[in-house]
Design a protein around this ligand. Structure first.
Ligand code: FO1
Length: 306
């Protein structure tokens, strides 16, 4: 019998694992982070929802890790010619997604409904579920001031010193009903190897998320995005340090310990097993690096049986 599987996902790292799972089965749920959504010249851009859609429909640009393969950038280039900021390289095909999404928001549709419409149009059989229907934003606090995650990461290439990371407006935001249902019904919840501070904790910190996790009978598994003291990609270490967390799989175990049963770490980190298990989290060591479709499917297959 097929298992009901729910993923918690962020950006690039998550999409690699989703692709691996897609090779093995279809019909799983993906709860996507929404805290890096932002407004770009009047358009609502949802990078983590979109990368899940593009990955599961087979059109993602897997080299860049965001956007659509073979996209062009005439729109943002023209913005530059008009003297407007164009550091956020929204591709021309990608632009269509943001335009239809914004249009449907204006018609009063919810982000969940809109994501379903876009998914259906792209032929996706999985359910991509926004973590929340409400808008809140991951902001990075730097000595130069407070900036949206996209500004920190894309405009300033992740270079400013990070004093703190906050989820602006989260106090008023709830886990979406659909995400809650998915967590409660799941037999296996898999937290993707994503940035814990900017992709996963914005989901787990929503009102109702802890309760949904605690009331779910699912086996809850997280994959560490860190090997040694380095993340597979992105600013996870800078963010974890700003949160006074050790940048290692042990730090990940501490952050997630009240939510998960199992932490999967890279085989090179096997020395951390005892320390992690002392936190009450089962620790499994395997090759977690995803360099191609084969390694993605290998990891996905192992996650179905741990
Ligand atoms: N990341 C970049 O590093 N540079 C970009 O210009 C950029 C544009 C972009 C456009 C649409 C989209 O959905 C994502 C985009 N990303 C870009 C990725 C994004 O900034 C982050 O990687 C995610 O928000 C983190 O999950």
């Amino acid at each position: 019998m097929r298992q009901r599987i729910t993923f918690l996902s962020g950006g690039t790292g998550s999409s690699k694992l989703l692709l691996g799972m897609k090779k093995l089965m279809s019909g799983f749920d993906v709860i996507a982070n929404v805290a890096d959504n932002f407004w770009f010249y009047g358009l609502y851009v949802c990078p983590d929802i979109d990368i899940a859609c593009y990955t599961l429909s087979g059109i993602a640009d897997r080299i860049k890790g965001w956007g659509i393969r073979d996209d062009t950038f005439h729109f943002v280039d023209q913005l530059g010619k008009l003297g407007f900021e164009n550091w956020f390289r929204l591709g021309d095909m990608d632009l269509a997604t943001s335009i239809v999404r914004t249009w449907m928001i204006r018609e009063g549709k919810s982000l969940g409904e809109i994501t379903k419409i876009i998914s259906r149009a792209l032929g996706i059989r999985e359910s991509i579920i926004p973590a929340s229907e409400e808008h809140y934003e991951t902001h990075v606090i730097t000595p130069e001031g407070d900036m949206h995650l996209q500004e920190f990461w894309v405009k300033y290439s992740g270079s400013p010193e990070v004093l703190d990371v906050v989820y602006r407006g989260i106090e008023l935001c709830k886990l979406s009903k659909e995400a809650e249902e998915s967590i409660k019904k799941a037999e296996r919840i898999i937290i993707c190897p994503a940035n814990p501070v900017s992709s996963i904790m914005p989901i787990l910190s929503l009102q109702g998320a802890r309760e949904a996790f605690l009331s779910s009978d699912a086996r809850k598994i997280a994959v560490s995005p860190i090997v040694g003291n380095k993340p597979f990609s992105g600013p996870a270490c800078k963010f974890m340090k700003a949160k006074q967390m050790e940048c290692s799989s042990f730090g990940i175990a501490k952050m997630y310990s009240s939510f998960i049963d199992v932490l999967v770490v890279h085989e090179n980190d096997s020395k951390l097993r005892k320390k992690i298990e002392d936190l009450g989290v089962e620790c499994l060591c395997m090759n977690t690096s995803i360099s191609d479709e084969r390694s993605a499917s290998y990891l996905a297959e192992r996650l179905l049986s741990v």
